[in-house]
Write a protein that binds this ligand. Sequence first.
Ligand SMILES: [Zn+2]
Ligand SMILES: [Zn+2]
Length: 288
Amino acid sequence: MGVGAETMAELKSICRQRKRRQDHKANLKISKNRHDLYADELERLIFGRKPESAADIIPEGEIVLTINVYYPATPERFSSTRPHMSLLMTGSHTLAEFKDAICCVSDLQVCGEFSNTPDVAPDFISKSSFFFFEGVFYNDMRFPECQDISKTTIEWAKARNFPPYTQAKMEDTRFMDLTIKVGFPYLYCHQGDCEHLVIITDIRLTHQSDCLDKKLYPLLIRKDRLLTQKCAVCHVFIGRWFTTHDQFAPSDPCLFCDKCFRMLHYDAEGNKLGEFLAYPYVDQGAFN
Ligand SMILES: [Zn+2]
Ligand SMILES: [Zn+2]
C-alpha cells in the first residue's frame, strides 16, 4: 500500500483510541427497562391530549394540583423516603376520588391464619379512612360500613385543651374548597393505622400542553417501584403465602407463590397435608 511502518503505527494508535472512546460512550448509555419505556410512552400520549367529546374537556380556568403520596410510615417494611406516586388532580375532584386513586398494599392485606381454608377469601377489609388537612378530618362515609375513625382523636384532643379539630366528609369536599399550603405535609390514614404523608407540590392553572381529557384524571404521572419477593421454591412468581411451623419448608417463615403453596401443602382434592400455619401475603411491589 506504500504506507510506511511509522504511519501504520500511528494509524493503529488512533484507531485504538477511537475504539476505546466508542466503547466508553456505549457503556454510558443507560438502558431503559419496560417500566421506563411505558412511562415515557404515557407521557408522550398525554401531552396536550384533547378528549373526543367536547363535554369531557377541562374548562378554561380550571386548576391542576400535583400531589405526592408517600409510602406508609412503617420503617420495618418501607424504608424509602421517595414518594410512592405522583398524581395530577383538578380542583373539581373530590377527596374521595383522590382516595380511590391511591394504591396501598394495606387495602389488599388480609390478616389471619388460613391453612384449613385457603380458598376462602374473607372480606373484612376496612373502608374507613380520613385525610387530615389544616385541622379538619375528612372522613370517607360513602358506604354503610364506614366508621368515623377520627372521632377518638378529636375527643382525645378536646379533653387535653388542644385547638379544636373539626370533621367533614371527603366525598363532599373538592380540592377547590380547601385552604391548603403547598409543600406542607398532610396525612392520609386508612386501614386503622396505615399512615401516608400527602404533599401538594404545585397548584397552577391548566395549560394547553396539559392533558385536557377529564376522563383520564386523576392522572398518574410517576410511580416508584419496589423489589418484589419471589417464591422460595420456584424463584419465579411473587410470594402470595407465608408459612410457619411448616415441615415441608426450607425455612421458617417461608414464602410461597400460590401454585407452589398448593402443590406442596394440599392433595388433589384440596385436603391439607401435614402440619403448618399459612398466612396470606401481599408483596410490597404488588402495584409495580
Ligand atoms: Zn396505606
Ligand atoms: Zn413458586
